[in-house]
Write a protein that binds this ligand. Structure first.
Ligand SMILES: C[S@@+](CC[C@H](N)C(=O)[O-])C[C@H]1O[C@@H](n2cnc3c(N)ncnc32)[C@H](O)[C@@H]1O
Length: 195
């Protein structure tokens, strides 16, 4: 069975993710309250061996790092992946959030989430309700556009990055493959793991 590292998993398990149902999941988070298999930070994943996972899934956690820490985390992703491994990453898209702010919507709900209404302020700085409740791991310290995020993965040595910003979700979705892949292989990955 193929394995994947589910980083910054929060309370999520593989059942709620697209494409990973038949994979062995290793959950990784900095917060012991979410009961990860491995407790640690994205910037130091030394508990995970080099080239030991076939894929890595990162949903809404890279923005919790300071900008100078982001390349460290991406280098850790690269290190733990097998040579034919890939990352599926999703994070806030600052470009689509900025458009809402320019139109005067900062604290109004943009959409409903399981945690309640989400505003541009939540997307920019982290979920205000969670941080008010004392969970400062939820604070956002950096932000991305698709070209910037893609550039960071290319600089870290990933051979291919593809995906897009999805403005209706205020999110960027991207797959980053360590190795070059044929167009057919990329289409298959996209259909399996992207929304
Ligand atoms: C917004 S939640 C996302 C949870 C889940 N992945 C999802 O998409 O619903 C962010 C998660 O990242 C974790 N996190 C924050 N900083 C982290 C770090 N430096 N290393 C590992 N996990 C971190 C938090 O503890 C939290 O579980």
């Amino acid at each position: 069975m193929k394995n994947f590292l589910h980083v910054g998993c929060g309370p999520q398990y593989k059942d709620s993710l697209k494409g990973f149902k038949d994979w062995q999941e290793i959950r990784f988070d900095i917060d012991p309250k979410v009961k990860p298999d491995i407790l640690g930070s994205l910037t130091d994943m030394s508990a995970v061996e080099d080239k030991s996972v076939e894929a890595l899934y990162s949903s809404h956690n890279i923005e919790h790092l300071y900008p100078h820490e982001v390349p460290k985390a991406i280098a850790e992703f690269y290190r733990v992946l097998k040579d034919d491994g890939f990352v599926v990453i999703v994070c806030p898209d600052l470009q689509s959030v900025a458009k809402e702010i320019v139109n005067g919507k900062l604290i109004e709900a943009l959409y409903e989430s399981p945690m309640g209404p989400i505003s541009a302020l939540d997307i920019l700085y982290g979920h205000v309700g969670s941080i008010r409740g004392g969970n400062t791991y939820m604070a956002h310290k950096s932000g991305f556009t698709f070209p910037v995020l893609s550039g960071l993965f290319r600089e870290a040595g990933f051979g291919i990055t593809f995906g897009a910003a999805i403005p209706s979700e205020y999110s960027i979705w991207m797959i980053c493959s360590k190795n070059e892949r044929t167009q057919q292989e990329l289409n298959l990955l996209a259909s399996e793991f992207l929304p």
